[in-house]
Every structure is written in structure tokens, then in C-alpha cells.
Design a binder for this molecule. Structure first.
Ligand SMILES: Nc1ncnc2c1ncn2[C@@H]1O[C@H](COP(=O)(O)OP(=O)(O)O)[C@@H](O)[C@H]1O
Ligand SMILES: [Mg+2]
Length: 227
């Protein structure tokens, strides 16, 4: 589903953010991406989202080689990828429903279909009863769940998260992780970047580790490891 073949990324200032990265994430898999601050986690996710382009090597999503995706094709590709950030950047002058509907409005979907999809997404994150509320009335954990609902409202095959629990306490972080597990269990391919090693260890999933731009481990979880 996602494959990196010898991918390097050098920013224009000459800094090597990723060096010869190789890994493959199968469709339906869920994995964590860890590493120190500055290790290259966000850069790796940005290459998948086509926010940045690789300097060398190839990134593939399904059988699409991202190098060959033109600018005008990027919005189409992005619709297949949901993204969750540390801060959900909700619009506080709109209610929860409208925040989640935003990607569908941009895509020009009918109001009726928007309603159906937004409510399905809100139900999945447990916030259907809050659809008319202002995001300001929600807790930090609930705001992050609205961000996740917005990320999945297009029913993407892939969900990427960049430090999604960075602003949350451990209990709320565990709730958000459970939500990612639930989404993965219905077939979504999930990749979560986080430097929270304790959280990663609790989850018992495959871990990809970056160290100064190099992937130092990308092993599939051995049967019985952690148990
Ligand atoms: N737009 C950019 N221009 C130049 N250097 C960048 C840019 N974005 C990130 N970097 C550098 O690339 C390295 C990796 O950054 P990043 O991918 O954000 O790491 P992480 O998410 O693991 O903290 C860091 O040294 C960072 O300073
Ligand atoms: Mg980062």
C-alpha cells in the first residue's frame, strides 16, 4: 500500500532529513513511526501526502509512483489519505458538523450525502450528539476526535497521524489510540508518528524507527513479542 524505495529527502538548505529509507506498509496494516525530535518523522509523512517531494528514490502508494503525480492530480490523491495533526485547527465560528463537512463541501458533494457521511464519521468517533455544538464547548480530547472525524469523512484508505496525542494527557491519548485501532480493524491502513515511546509500547504494533533520517528498524512485530 505504501512503499519507500531508497528514499532520501534533502531540504534546500542542504539538510538531509531522510537518508535511503526503505520500508513497506501493507494494506490494512497499522504501524508507529518513532524517533527523536528532528529524526524525519514529519518529513516522511509529508512525502506520502505530497506536501514535499523526495530528492532521491521512490515513494509508492498502491501502484502509483508519487514522482509521476502532477500538481493537478494531487487533490485527487489526497482524498484517499486522511491526515490528523497534533492540533486539529478547528474553525471556531462553525459548529462540529460544519467542521467535519469541510472537505466534502470543498469537493462539492451534495448536502444530503454530506449529512450522511458527516454523521457516520461523528458516530465513529463518538460525537454524534455534539454535531450542533461549537468546538469551543468541547474538551481537548473531543476536539482531537472532531479532527479525526474530519480526516475520515472521505473514507480514506490510508490514515496518517503526526503526533496526534501531543497535546493530550495519557488517558485521553489511550482513547485516541483505541480509535485508531478501531479504524484499522475496519480496514484502514494507519501510520502514526509519535515520539511517545511509552504509548507505542502499550500498543504492541509494528514500529518504524528513524534516527537522524535513517530508518534503524522497521521490523514487523514478531509473534509473541511483548507478551
Ligand atoms: N521545510 C524545511 N526546510 C529545511 N529543513 C527542514 C524543513 N522541515 C524539516 N526540516 C529539518 O529536517 C529534519 C527533520 O525534521 P522533521 O521531519 O520535522 O522531524 P521530526 O518530525 O521527526 O521531528 C530536521 O532537522 C528539521 O530541522
Ligand atoms: Mg514532527
Amino acid at each position: 500500500m505504501i512503499r519507500f524505495d531508497n528514499v532520501s529527502k534533502r531540504y534546500s538548505e542542504g539538510h538531509d532529513a531522510l537518508v535511503n529509507v526503505n520500508f513497506e506498509l501493507a494494506a490494512g496494516e497499522m504501524a508507529f513511526l518513532t524517533g527523536h525530535s528532528g529524526a524525519g518523522k514529519s518529513t516522511l509523512l509529508k512525502l506520502i501526502m505530497l506536501i514535499e517531494r523526495s530528492s532521491r528514490g521512490q515513494v509508492l502508494i498502491g501502484n502509483r509512483v508519487l514522482d509521476q503525480v502532477t500538481r493537478s492530480q494531487i487533490p485527487y490523491l489526497r482524498r484517499q489519505i486522511g491526515v490528523v495533526f497534533q492540533n486539529p485547527h478547528l474553525l471556531f465560528d462553525r459548529n462540529v458538523f460544519d467542521n467535519v463537512a469541510l472537505p466534502l463541501q470543498i469537493a462539492g458533494m451534495s448536502t444530503r450525502e454530506q449529512g450522511r457521511r458527516v454523521r457516520a464519521a461523528l458516530e465513529r468517533v463518538g460525537l454524534l450528539s455534539k454535531e450542533n455544538d461549537s468546538p469551543l464547548a468541547l474538551s481537548g480530547g473531543e476536539q482531537q476526535r472532531v479532527g479525526i472525524a474530519r480526516a475520515i469523512v472521505n473514507k480514506p484508505a490510508i490514515l496518517l497521524a503526526d503526533e496526534p496525542t501531543g497535546n493530550l494527557d495519557p488517558a485521553l491519548s489511550a482513547d485516541i489510540m483505541q480509535l485508531f485501532q478501531d479504524l484499522n480493524s475496519v480496514g484502514v491502513t494507519v501510520l502514526i508518528a509519535t515520539h511517545d515511546i511509552a504509548l507505542v509500547e502499550q500498543m504492541q504494533r509494528r514500529v518504524l524507527t528513524l534516527d537522524q533520517g535513517r530508518m534503524t528498524s522497521s521490523d514487523a512485530l514478531a509473534e509473541g513479542a511483548y507478551t
